[in-house]
Design a protein around this ligand. Structure first.
Ligand code: GDP
Length: 140
């Protein structure tokens, strides 16, 4: 299986809950290399830019308000089959439907406030890592 990159965002709800350390620990236990790691607070425009594919969805405004309400922690991750593996670890979008042992089951509160992000394809993994990290900021 090929080495891929995926982007993890520890969303404002999980940072507020003090779950950052436990989620970073899980990332390491799952065998990801952390190529880049930073904490920042997204501006409204930055949140809108990141979620631009969802701009026609009814929840877009709520999503951007949520994502810009407090700090997030973003991590560029690498591993064999990284995209699918991370999606499995985080679980379904709606925490109520997520399997036991997934991060969203453990820390998510609702379909909107679901603790973490994971890229949904290899191409988006590369694009999303580049949204937050310059090449020079990533471990080679
Ligand atoms: P993901 O790939 O599992 O993150 O899910 P999507 O790409 O479908 O949606 C992106 C993000 O939008 C989700 O992780 C949620 O934070 C948010 N979202 C999705 N559906 C809803 C919804 O019905 N209501 C609200 N408020 N937010 C939603």
């Amino acid at each position: 299986m090929a080495t891929q990159r995926t982007l993890c965002i520890i969303k404002p709800d999980a940072v507020e809950k003090g779950a950052t350390g436990q989620i970073l620990d899980r990332i390491q236990r799952e065998g990801f290399r952390v190529l880049g790691l930073r904490q920042l607070r997204l501006s409204r425009r930055q949140a809108e830019g990141f979620y631009a594919v969802h701009r026609e969805r009814p929840f877009f405004d709520e999503l951007c308000t949520f994502m810009s309400r407090g700090p997030v922690v973003v991590a560029a991750l690498e591993r064999d089959n990284a995209v699918e593996h991370w999606r499995r670890v985080i679980g379904a979008t709606d925490p109520a439907k997520a399997e036991a042992g997934t991060i969203r089951k453990q820390f998510g509160a609702s379909v909107g406030e679901n603790a973490v992000h994971g890229s949904d394809s290899e191409e988006n993994g590369r694009i999303e890592c580049a949204y937050f990290f310059a090449g020079v900021d990533l471990i080679g």
